[in-house]
Design a binder for this molecule. Structure first.
Ligand code: SAH
Ligand code: SF4
Length: 347
């Protein structure tokens, strides 16, 4: 059992660990060894850290815990997608999904348990906000999904998308710290270009991201280029409206030079008309974009249905020379698809 009075050692960064090690008479390189066990290997027990002395391990055991996320339930889809429900030290849960696609192994991870933003179409939004995940809890998902990829597909993770539960830009510091650890060549070493942060558009955080993580990919969940309709679908649009979002993205693009991915969920007879395609085309003129059209994954109790106009909508955009992809939905049979993550099996 986790002793809740002990501090999770992973809340210490390397300089703080090094300071702490000097107070217990251990050498700085031991702090680095401990750091590697924690972050490179994802180790969950001080006793397994065999290159630390027994004495140091005993002190660590007395004073600290390692609050690793536990894979509480794992389900596999017939399409190869694997969904893991993680349980954290306080019994809060969140989900992560491994999506294999040829040689591409994508981890779709959560940044929060639940979400405060209540988008009309999203199952996670119905949960409300439970809490932010720590950088360690975000990285636990990465380590575990990587281990599953290696075990089942003999391939390590190639991509990470923050498209699980929660709004990553409302848990900004933990997400940036997690990405820094994932991309640090001496730790996990994944290229930042293979990481995508998806947001509904928290404008000041988008601008900060241009400074803090300029090479990470940015995806905007737009879903409508009409401000009133967007207010309805994504209530936080009332706070950060389309106009502010456009300006923030223009500044983001000027600073980073990045093309922006636009996620556009197609909801039947709601945002999939010819007029919607025209508004979207107009809206994307301010910066280079790639558009991902997402067929709606039905959520029980919601009145939305998957658009029957996807091909037409796509060709209207393509006729305007836009780069458009239709996202293939994965893991529907295990409720692992976009917007379906709600911890259905929570006890
Ligand atoms: N909060 C962030 C990231 C998590 S949601 C965001 O909204 O961008 C990841 C993606 O799933 C978003 O584009 C979201 O709009 C989409 N999504 C939500 N519910 C969905 C559903 N039922 N079917 C398909 N996509 C959905
Ligand atoms: Fe939150 Fe994203 Fe779902 Fe909206 S779509 S409720 S922002 S997780």
């Amino acid at each position: 059992m986790t002793n809740k009075k002990k501090k999770d050692i992973r809340s210490y960064d390397l300089p703080r660990l090094t300071d702490y090690f000097s107070t217990i008479g251990a050498k700085p390189f031991h702090a680095k060894q401990l750091y590697n066990w924690l972050w490179v290997k994802g180790c969950s027990s001080f006793d397994a850290m065999t290159n630390l002395s027994t004495e140091v391990r005993q002190i660590l055991n007395k004073q600290f815990s390692i609050e690793k996320a536990i894979p509480y339930q794992t389900v596999s889809s017939k399409d190869g997608t694997i969904k893991v429900q993680f349980r954290f030290h306080d019994e809060v849960m969140a989900e992560g999904v491994l999506i294999p696609s040829g040689k591409r192994m994508t981890a779709c991870i959560s940044s929060q348990a639940g979400c405060a933003l209540g988008c009309k179409f999203c199952a996670t939004g119905d949960l409300g906000f439970i809490r932010n995940l720590s950088n360690a809890e975000i990285i636990d998902q990465v380590h575990h999904l990587n281990a599953l990829a290696e075990k089942h597909y003999e391939h390590h993770l190639t991509n990470i998308v923050f498209m699980g539960m929660g709004e990553p830009l409302l848990n900004y510091d933990a997400v940036v710290e997690a990405v820094n650890i994932i991309t640090d060549p001496s730790i996990i070493g994944m290229s930042p270009k293979r990481i995508t942060i998806s947001t509904v558009g928290i404008t000041q955080a988008i601008e900060k991201l241009a400074d803090d993580l300029p090479t990470v990919k940015l995806a905007i969940s737009l879903h409508s280029a009409d401000n009133d309709l967007r207010n309805y679908l994504i209530p936080v649009n009332k706070k950060y409206d389309l106009h502010q979002l456009t300006e923030a993205l223009q500044r983001y693009h000027r600073k980073t030079g990045n093309r922006i991915s636009i996620e556009y969920l197609l909801l039947n007879n709601i945002n999939d008309t010819r007029n919607d395609a025209e508004l979207l085309t107009e809206w994307t003129k301010s910066f280079p974009v790639k558009i991902n059209l997402i067929p709606y994954n039905p959520v029980p109790g919601k009145n939305f249905t998957t658009s029957s106009n996807i091909d037409d909508f796509k060709s209207r955009l393509e006729n305007k020379n836009l780069v458009v992809n239709v996202r293939v939905s994965r893991g529907n049979d295990i409720n692992a698809a976009c917007g379906q993550l709600i911890n259905r099996n929570k006890k």
